[in-house]
Write a protein that binds this ligand. Structure first.
Ligand SMILES: [Zn+2]
Ligand SMILES: [Zn+2]
Length: 131
């Protein structure tokens, strides 16, 4: 009788632990971006594209507000068209280390590459392979 009780107690303790461990493993691999990394992201001011059709407004995919001139934005390394309000993307990157649009991981390497491209300017665009 006593033995049975012990096993019961033991099971009660172990089962939640197993469940907890299993749940931890199932969690998606989104990891927060290190704060220093977020601070080092390239900031710029929003400029409406000169060739945009009249009446079209670009909006931030996170807060869904249209950009206004002089808004501070952060373009992500994955795509030059993937940019967001600086405050929106900073908050996003605190919990998700990826682009909200294409899910590309925002890594130190990608950032270094982006900065190299920005430094190289038009030379990089010309070197792009056209398929
Ligand atoms: Zn926004
Ligand atoms: Zn992207």
């Amino acid at each position: 009788m006593l033995k049975c009780c012990c096993i019961g107690t033991l099971l009660c303790c172990i089962v939640p632990i197993i469940f907890f461990a299993a749940r931890q493993q199932q969690q998606p691999s989104w990891v927060p971006t290190p704060p220093t990394f977020v601070q080092n992201l390239y900031h710029t001011k929003f400029k409406p594209p000169a060739n945009a059709p009249a009446g079209s407004e670009l909006e931030c995919s996170i807060c869904l507000l249209a950009y206004t001139e002089e808004d501070e934005i952060i373009p992500l390394p994955c795509d030059e068209r993937h940019f967001f309000h600086a405050s929106c993307i900073t908050q996003w990157l605190e919990t998700n280390n990826c682009c909200p649009l294409c899910k590309a991981p925002v890594t130190q390497e990608a950032l270094a590459q982006q900065q190299a491209q920005l430094g190289a300017g038009n030379a990089v665009a010309e070197n792009r392979i056209v398929m």
